[in-house]
Design a protein around this ligand. Structure first.
Ligand SMILES: C=C(OP(=O)(O)O)C(=O)O
Ligand SMILES: [Mg+2]
Length: 581
């Protein structure tokens, strides 16, 4: 049999070789599914639907319990939302109506109502609601499985090492799988931000998604190779290919093993320059994994996800609980909590923000918080209360003028006074800083440095605003690069301005987690680096194998260069010389 190579998007790196396990939950086993039934069968059919609903409900109960214990409250909430569909007055009752009035079989009635619900969600102009379409289909799948007398799905039954091949993976599928046996994922649909992509990265399982119709080339039990970096998937490879990829996999594993030793080491250059390495998180559940990846603190807690996962503004109490959870988990290590950064690509359905021509230049982040200051006051109260449990620092996003900073700081001082009067415990000496994401702020860094306690450079937005390149637009993504000489100048200016005032500068944009940029940032004297937890080891390794003095010289050379490409080549050359590339 000749080998076939099919391609998708690599979303979680790593090479895996193994047997394909085709997951097809919709294929009916034995029982053929009818579309309609006879008049006499109506009551039995309604009863069948009722039983399937009850079984699904109980099954979800168990899954929720297990998920809460193993993966935390946030993941369990996805399943609770699914259970809520089962009780929705227009969900199961609507199916019953279709059975009674149109003589639909229970399966057809389920599919019809599920697709109506899914279509409504998919038509919504909001990513959060669009994702609910996957949840409602997931509930439908569960109902159909029970109608056909199958208990649960085949996933929990996997007892040997396999590469899972599926149309897509629903949230409830993924909580059932046994990580020990799943070597990798291949899915027909999906892209870099699909549920499977996010999950595979957080589990550290290689994945290729979006292979399309070619997925049909894979049969159950076929031997396949997947490469989660290139998006390649080879079906029935010959011995030569197996040998080649097995050797590649072993090299990867060896490199990873070498990296492990850096996890809990401090980041110090060969000549003794020490920096702090922290992690970016979006939910409290990520704090513990961040520590396990060797984070020395949280350099950016994006609180907006707490707001985005709700259907109404989270109360002070709810926010306080979330912040406290992170602060307590970090056990005295610093936690930089960023106030709400909504707007741009991050929407809040219940805030009904106006549609804008240029949302990234619009009503967002600190602008919104200052305009609707009751939101900011509630959030600052919650953050300050959490500060009693560890080392909290507060950071304002998207500051573009000194007025904005001063207003935000004044509100913070008022909130502190209020809490003091109320006799509420908090840390009165919390450090307060700003994100540097807008060129105007980088340019005025010397003025800001006299007033703030620290800076944290957000290169994700700083690149976007400096180069005038939309960070979400694939078509011009070739322009989007943190190694642009103009961005490097701004970074340098900010770090130097802070040091002149005895303050420190961190970085929580993607540049901090880019190992190639590490010698440049060491040369520039960046004090604190915050990144996705998975990058920590690699960055620590690079830092430990370079020399500050050499990096300072490298910076001088880089500042003479004129293009992004030249900067990139220079950094690659430097790392090759050190054997790091
Ligand atoms: C860290 C940043 O913020 P976010 O990615 O949340 O916009 C940034 O802009 O670099
Ligand atoms: Mg930003």
């Amino acid at each position: 049999m000749a080998a076939i190579t099919i391609r998708g998007t690599g979303v979680s790196e790593g090479i895996r070789l193994g047997k394909a396990f085709l997951y097809q939950p919709f294929i009916s086993q034995g029982k053929s599914v009818r579309d309609t039934i006879s008049e006499e069968e109506i009551n039995d059919e309604v009863h069948r639907l009722q039983l399937a609903k009850e079984k699904s409900y109980r099954e979800l109960d168990e899954l929720i319990e297990r998920t809460r214990a193993e993966l935390g409250k946030d993941k369990a909430a996805i399943l609770m939302a699914q259970q809520a569909f089962l009780n929705d007055p227009s969900f199961c009752p609507e199916m019953e109506k279709l059975i009674r009035q149109r003589r639909y079989s229970a399966e057809k009635a389920v599919n019809e109502v599920v697709e109506q619900f899914a279509a409504i969600f998919e038509g919504m102009n909001d990513e959060y609601f669009r994702e609910r379409a996957a949840d409602v289909r997931d509930v439908g799948k569960r109902l159909v499985l029970h109608l056909q007398g199958k208990k649960g799905t085949a996933l929990s039954g996997i007892k040997e090492e396999v590469i899972l091949v599926a149309d897509d993976l629903a949230p409830s599928d993924t909580v059932q799988l046994n990580k020990k046996y799943v070597l990798g994922f291949v899915t027909r649909v999906g892209g870099k931000t699909s549920h499977t992509a996010i999950l595979s990265r957080s589990l550290g399982i290689p994945a290729v998604v979006g292979v399309g119709k070619n997925i049909e080339q894979i049969n159950d039990g076929d031997f396949i190779i997947i490469d989660g970096s290139t998006g390649e998937c080879i079906v029935n490879p010959n011995d030569r290919l197996i040998e080649e990829y097995e050797a590649k996999r072993q090299r990867e594993e060896e490199a990873l093993r070498k990296l492990e030793q850096f996890t809990f080491k401090p980041a110090i250059t060969a000549d003794g320059f020490r920096v702090e390495i922290a992690a970016n998180i979006g939910t409290p559940a990520e704090a513990k994994p961040a520590l396990e990846h060797g984070a020395e603190g949280i350099g950016l807690y994006r609180t907006e996800f707490l707001f985005m996962n709700e259907t109404e503004m989270p109360s002070e109490e709810k926010q306080y609980e979330a912040y406290k959870q992170v602060v307590s988990a970090m056990k005295g290590k610093p936690v930089i909590i960023r106030t709400l950064d909504i707007g741009g690509d991050k929407e809040l359905p219940y805030l009904s923000l106006p549609k804008e021509m240029n949302p990234f230049l619009g009503y967002r982040a600190i602008r919104l918080s200052l305009d609707q200051s009751e939101l900011l006051v509630t959030q600052l109260r919650a953050i300050l209360r959490a500060s009693a449990y560890g080392k909290v620092k507060i950071m304002f996003p998207m500051i573009s003028s000194l007025e904005e900073w001063r207003q935000a700081k004044a509100i913070l001082e008022e909130v502190k006074d209020q809490l003091m009067k109320e006799g509420v415990k908090f840390d009165p000496s919390v450090e307060v800083g700003i994100m540097v994401e807008v060129p105007s702020t980088a340019i005025l860094a010397d003025k800001f440095a006299k007033e703030v306690d620290f800076f944290s450079i957000g290169t994700n937005d700083l690149v976007q605003y400096t180069v005038a390149v939309d960070r979400m637009n694939e078509k011009i993504s070739y322009l989007y690069d943190h190694l642009h000489p103009a961005v490097i100048r701004l970074v340098k200016q900010v770090i130097e301005a802070s040091h002149r005032e005895g303050k420190w500068t961190g970085m929580c944009g993607g540049m901090a987690g880019d190992p190639l940029a590490a010698p440049l940032l060491v040369g520039l004297g960046l004090d604190e680096w915050s990144m996705v937890a998975g990058s920590i080891k690699k960055v620590k390794q690079v830092i430990s194998q370079i020399n500050r003095k050499e990096c300072i010289k490298l910076v001088e050379e880089i500042l003479e260069l004129t293009t992004t490409e030249e900067v990139r080549s220079k950094l690659e050359e430097f790392q090759k010389e050190k054997g790091l590339l």
